[in-house]
Structures are given as C-alpha cells and as structure tokens.
Design a protein around this ligand. Structure first.
Ligand code: NDP
Ligand code: MG
Length: 396
C-alpha cells in the first residue's frame, strides 16, 4: 500500500495551486493536506479549506487572518489560521509535512521554499523565481538539508523526465550534449514589430496555449519567462548557458528535449495542461492519473523556430544576466516584477518592460551574494531602479 503523503500547498489559490488540488482530489487515498496558503483570495481559500480540511491555512497579515477566521467559523470549518512570512516558513518545514508544493508567485516564494529545503522536504518547485534569485544558495540548502527537488515548470519537468533516472548533476557524464528548452513564443510571435509598443495587458495575458496567472502570462509574451527558465535550467541541471538552446515551438506539444552525444533527442510530449507535470511530481516515481486527456497527434503540425532577440530583448537580457552571474539574475527578476506590475496596472508601456530591466541591470552591483539578505537588498534596489526609470516614462 502507498504511504499517504502529507502536503503543504504554498499558493493554493493560484493556477498551480488549484491544478494541484484537482490532481489531489483524484487520489484521496494518497494525499492528506496539512496546510494551504493564499494572499488575497480568501473566499477561494475558505472553499478549499471546507473541501480539503487542512490543519492550517496561512495568509499574509493579521487583518486577513482575522477575516479568514470569521469566514471559516461561519462555514463550520475548524482549520487553524496563521499569518505572516514566518508562518509560511513554518508550514513549509514542520515535521508532519512530507511534500511542499512551492507555487507562490514571485520573489515572495523564496523564503518558504528555502525553509522547505533546509528541512529536507520533497519540494515540488513551481516558483522559478527561487532559483533565479538564489540558485546557488537554494541548491546548497537542498543538498545540506537532504531535500528532494522535483521541477513543476513544464519544460523542466520534461527535461527531468528525458534525463536518465541516475542523473545527479553531471550532464556530460550522462552523454548529454544540449538541453533544448521549448517556448511557445507567446501571443506576439508574429505581430508586426511596429505594433509591439501598443499592445495592451489584456492582449499580453491572452496566451495561445496555456491558462496561467497574469504575471507569468506577460512574461510569456516578452519571453522573459523563457529567460527565467534558462536560469532555472542552469541551476536545476547544472547546465552551462551554452548547453541550453531555446527553441520556439508554437504548438506547445513538446515540452522540452534533451540532445545526447549519439544524436538521440529525447522529448516529453503532452497536451498543454499543468496537471501532467504536477501529477508526475506528486506521484513520483509512480505515474498517477492527472485528468489530462490523451494526446491526439493526428492533424497536428509541429514546427520550430529560432528566437529573434529584436522581438524578445528580455530573453537576451536573461542570458546576459546568467553569464555575468552573482546578483544580476536576482536584479533581472526584481526589475521584471516591478515593470510587469506597472504594465498590468496601465502605468507602463510594453516596451518599457525590457528598457527598465536593462536600466536596473546597468546600475546593479555584481558579485556573489553572501546571504539571502544580500539578495533581498539587491531585489529592493532593482525595484527602485526600475521604478525610477518607469517614472520618467510615466503614462498619464
Ligand atoms: P498565480 O498568480 O495564479 O498564483 C499565485 C499564488 O501565490 C496565489 O495563491 C496567490 O494568492 C499567492 N501569492 C501572491 N502573492 C503572494 C505573496 N506576496 N505572498 C504569499 N503568497 C502570495 O500564479 P501561478 O499559479 O500561475 O504561478 C505560481 C508560480 O508557478 C510562479 O512562480 C510561476 O512562475 C510558476 N509557474 C506557473 C505556471 C502556470 O502554468 N501557471 C507554469 C510554470 C511555472 P492569492 O491568489 O490568494 O492572492
Ligand atoms: Mg514553463
């Protein structure tokens, strides 16, 4: 009989969190929810608590916690409410938890993911920003804590599935020549370049193949998402940047590939539905039903293109930040978060996203971070720099 896995879902109310609960609901004999966390969507969290009866629910501050307590009481649910970053760290590391789904969006996901790493949990990592910001420190914490890392990002999950099971961080020893990281190219892949500066947040958030949170949808449009994923792949698979090739594949059927020395290319394919990588990681090493329909290959063409940096300058900025290393990937990530938030709020144009990141990178201090505090400081400075740039360009 399979042992019941005790789960914490960080970011339960988000796209990944909801998909995780969808897979969990298909296997009640396998999973027990210990904690669910959220930020703003309290009604949704109450509904999840009613259905999954976690021991803990975590929100960001005391006000939200007080509201949530009242709502849970009215709903007759006995879940205990905690709040704040320490509580997120606590539910990511407590002894009764086996597995942590790290699906908070953005830099806010870093500290709880670190806590899970130090505590030696099985970590299902969706929050790519953790690796972008603090790749070295996080991988060290995973090793020191004896944690197990399973990638949720569909590309990295595909690469993980296409590597030999015995892979332990040495690609060359496994005969790997390159990692081929696929990208859809987003909604603006074929838009005339002159029209790009005028695109709206709604257009940027309408992804052709995937349904995702707003921030990652904009990142897909600019291809910063792929840039962040290059950095993520670098840390997860110990891959030098020149061993990672980005391949635009508009149909999003192949989720990424591994190119071996003998000329073999191993790929993972599937419908674009995050429940597949989530179920793979939840069941690992077993395969479990995810609710995703079988892939129908008939009548489909699979095509591939090289990315064009003049259309996708954010991808180039990410490769450059990775090559320079140190704190620059954290700066890239923070400036991007600030710029995307401004774009989504109608306070910045689409072209300002890449320009403000470039501005922040040019002002950043290089050098290796000694601690998370160094990164948090670099992150804050990058947000100020990007903000200062956007101020000069403010749309009224
Ligand atoms: P969403 O925006 O849909 O969800 C984010 C979750 O994090 C929500 O539960 C949200 O709470 C919570 N949250 C937001 N801000 C904070 C904060 N400051 N502190 C604590 N919790 C917070 O994002 P996605 O689910 O799309 O993405 C989650 C992560 O997974 C991201 O890092 C993304 O890059 C990665 N990812 C997502 C993919 C996808 O297909 N969606 C694919 C690959 C990776 P609330 O909703 O209650 O406000
Ligand atoms: Mg991805």
């Amino acid at each position: 009989m399979t042992k019941v896995q005790n789960l914490t879902i960080l970011g339960a109310t988000g796209t990944i969190g909801v998909n995780t609960l969808d897979v969990v609901a298909r296997h009640p004999e396998r999973f027990n929810i210990v904690a669910l966390t959220a930020s703003t969507q309290l009604e949704k969290l109450v509904e999840q608590c009613r259905r999954y009866q976690p021991r803990y629910a975590v929100v960001l501050d005391e006000r939200a916690a007080a509201r949530l307590r009242g709502m849970l009481r009215d709903a007759g649910v006995s879940t205990q409410v905690l709040c704040g970053i320490e509580a997120l760290e606590q539910v990511a590391s407590m002894p009764e938890v086996d597995t942590v789904m790290a699906a908070i969006v953005g830099a806010a996901g870093l500290r709880p993911a670190m806590a899970a790493a130090h505590a030696g949990k099985r970590i299902l990592l969706a929050n790519k920003e953790t690796l972008v910001m603090a790749g070295r420190l996080f991988m060290q914490a995973v090793a020191a804590g004896g944690a197990e890392l399973l990638p949720i990002d569909s590309e990295h999950n595909a690469i993980f599935q296409s590597l030999p099971r015995e892979f332990k961080g040495d690609l060359a020893a496994c005969g790997v020549r390159r990692i081929l990281l696929t990208a859809s190219g987003g909604p603006f892949r074929t838009l005339p370049l002159d029209d790009l500066p005028h695109v709206t947040p709604d257009q940027a958030c309408t992804h052709p193949n995937w349904v995702m949170g707003k921030k990652i949808s904009v990142d897909s449009a600019t291809m910063m998402n792929k840039g962040l994923e290059v950095i993520e792949a670098h840390w997860l698979f110990n891959a030098a940047p020149e061993r990672i090739q980005v391949v635009i594949h508009p149909q999003s059927v192949i989720h990424s590939m591994v190119d071996y020395l003998d000329g073999s290319v191993i790929a993972q394919l599937g419908n674009p539905d995050m429940r597949t990588p989530i179920a793979y990681a939840l069941g690992f090493p077993e395969r479990i039903d995810s609710g995703v329909s079988a892939l129908d290959l008939f009548g489909r063409g699979l095509t591939f293109e090289a990315p064009d940096y003049s259309r996708f300058p954010c991808l180039k900025l990410a490769f450059d930040a990775l090559a320079q290393g140190g704190m620059l990937p954290a700066v890239l990530n923070a400036a991007n978060e600030a710029a995307v938030a401004a774009f989504l709020a109608g306070q910045a144009g689409y072209g300002d996203i890449a320009a403000s990141i470039e501005y922040a990178l040019a002002r950043a201090i290089s050098g290796e971070p000694g601690s998370l505090d160094d990164l948090v400081e670099a992150d804050a400075q990058a947000r100020r720099d990007a903000g200062a740039y956007l101020q000069t360009r403010a749309i009224n």
